[in-house]
Unconditional design. Structure first.
Length: 70
């Protein structure tokens, strides 16, 4: 599951990920993702992997790496 904590941790090169609440809201809306569910319980990594978006791919990778560490 990808959570808001993963969004806060994501970095793309020298640029920060979407860190502010308004930025996350806008990004989630743009990609048709459920912000409330994301904030409450997270969303499946597969939903992010299906997007053609570098930030989404980074979120999924961070979540999967965390899950593999247990």
């Amino acid at each position: 599951m990808v959570t808001v904590e993963h969004a806060r941790a994501a970095k793309l090169g020298e640029h920060s990920g979407v860190l502010c609440a308004a930025g996350i809201r806008t990004w989630m809306d743009r990609h048709g993702l459920d912000l409330r569910q994301f904030l409450d319980e997270g969303l499946p990594a597969e939903q992010f992997e299906a997007l053609d978006d570098a930030f989404a791919q980074r979120l999924a990778l961070i979540a999967r790496e965390e899950a593999s560490r247990g």
